[in-house]
Design a protein around this ligand. Structure first.
Ligand SMILES: Nc1ncnc2c1ncn2[C@@H]1O[C@H](COP(=O)(O)OP(=O)(O)O)[C@@H](O)[C@H]1O
Ligand SMILES: [Mg+2]
Length: 440
């Protein structure tokens, strides 16, 4: 009986006996643990590269601590590797917890091409906007927004958006005249500040009937000559007014948002299957979102996070990629944290004939993204990822071996391999597999 009790009380770490010389044993270091980025921020998961310690992160905190100089985040990984779950739980925890009363308010805008953020919207009480062709909900991508003060910035923002929209529908770069004419049109509708907000229909009207000023600036004989020379851009924008995408962006917004509440999810799943349409819709929807993001954080304007899923749709051509880059820059200048989600590193390479300038756009985007969350990549992506992200040999070898939910985090010059943890209450917002898994 005694011997049974004493055996019971013996702490049981049953490992095979190991013998080694002093020369080898002196190299053992059993206290391997890291502090990660410190305890401030939200709990993400276990830092498996530092003995399973907690890995906490918050882009605003990391920025304040000087670990990064830009709060932009890139989430990269193959389908099913855990990207969206990581983003949803980051939002759930940071908006729900750090943005709760007593803390600084937080607000998020999610562009959701697959229509999978509905449960998160319900859990956080986010506004939901579902856009579909011919529907009742409409967003005006030319909206100035609740805090617009700088007309020059508004003009630039609108010109870049309209030009990207035209180029994406035309599937080609704009001619210098087309580009300039769109700029003049935006000038004309933006200077008429006394009237109501301009719409894309106003822009198309001016392309059909150019003003005297536009005709003079184009050095065209008559307004009709100019209209003929720019008819292709007019047809391209016209597709959004009366083509298959009608009803989504062709009039005044039916939705009014400001920063009260916790944010908005824009569901674009109705056009997800149509690649060309998705690009145009994402340009227009980000155009509308800019109106909410182009304002500095203040007592009335909360800390904001913008999530763009499926960013390949905004990187298909150099013009659109530059527009996406300008959105990122604008948001960044107002302290917004942009989270961009991509499948493959190749998605970041804008598809352009001119490889050099295309590469410059993507390198610029990457240079401005100092938090990279790299989930599993297929082996054929590794060499390109290594080159574009400047990975070490160890990091490159790791990428194809990462299991679901595990990612290589790079925050400024800190790195860690983190097993992302999903809480029991969070499965309802994460499970895109839509199947019951009793192991959880
Ligand atoms: N950290 C994790 N731990 C366990 N399972 C996870 C984790 N992250 C994701 N999953 C599971 O994997 C599925 C796919 O994840 P998801 O985030 O949608 O992948 P992706 O966006 O990369 O395609 C989810 O439905 C969830 O069931
Ligand atoms: Mg996903």
């Amino acid at each position: 009986m005694t011997s049974l009790l004493s055996r019971w009380r013996t702490p049981g770490l049953r490992l095979p006996r190991h013998r080694a010389t002093n020369a080898h044993v002196s190299a053992l270091y059993p206290f391997h643990a890291g502090v990660g980025l410190g305890p401030r921020g939200i709990y993400v998961g276990e830092d498996v590269s530092a003995g399973g310690t907690a890995w906490c992160y918050d882009p605003f905190q990391a920025y304040t601590d000087g670990l990064i100089t830009s709060p932009n985040i890139l989430v990269l990984g193959m389908v099913g590797s855990g990207k969206s779950s990581a983003v949803k739980t980051l939002l759930y925890r940071s908006i729900g917890l750090l943005g709760s009363p007593g803390g600084r308010p937080r607000w998020c805008a999610v562009l959701d091409p697959k229509g999978e953020y509905g449960p998160l919207a319900d859990a956080l009480g986010l506004a939901r906007i579902r856009l579909h062709p011919g529907g009742q909900t409409r967003l005006n991508p030319l909206d100035a927004g609740p805090a617009m003060t700088d007309v020059d910035e508004l003009r630039t923002r609108r010109s870049q958006m309209v030009a990207a929209l035209a180029a994406s529908v035309l599937h080609r770069e704009l001619t210098p005249l087309e580009d300039a004419a769109l700029g003049w049109t935006v000038d004309a509708v933006t200077s008429e500040r006394s009237g109501p907000e301009p719409t894309l229909a106003d822009v198309v009207d001016l392309l059909v009937n150019p003003t005297d000023d536009m005709t003079r600036r184009a050095q065209a004989e008559t307004a009709r000559d100019l209209a003929r020379d720019i008819q292709n851009v007019r047809h391209a924008l016209g597709k959004l007014l009366d083509g298959q995408l009608r009803g989504m962006f062709d009039g005044h917004s039916t939705e009014r948002l400001d920063w009260t509440g916790r944010g908005v999810v824009i569901d674009l799943s109705a056009v997800h299957q149509d690649t060309a349409a998705l690009t145009a819709v994402m340009i227009a929807a980000t155009g509308w979102l800019q109106s909410l993001l182009a304002a500095p954080e203040s007592d009335h304007v909360p800390r904001r996070v913008q999530v763009l899923e499926e960013i390949w749709a905004l990187l298909g051509s150099e013009r659109v990629a530059k527009y996406y880059q300008s959105c990122q820059k604008l948001a960044r200048s107002y302290g917004v944290a942009n989270i961009s989600v991509a499948h493959r590193i190749a998605d970041l390479r804008a598809q352009s004939d001119d490889g050099t300038s295309a590469a410059k756009v993507s390198m610029g985007i990457l240079a401005d993204t100092q938090t990279q969350i790299l989930f599993r990549q297929s082996s054929d992506q590794v060499s390109e990822a290594t080159e574009m992200l400047g990975l070490s040999t160890y990091q490159a070898q790791l990428l194809p071996q990462l299991v679901r939910g595990r990612a290589l985090w790079r925050v400024g010059d800190r790195t860690a391999v983190v097993q992302h943890r999903i809480g029991s209450a969070e499965w309802a917002i994460c499970d895109t597999d839509q199947r019951l898994n009793l192991d959880r």
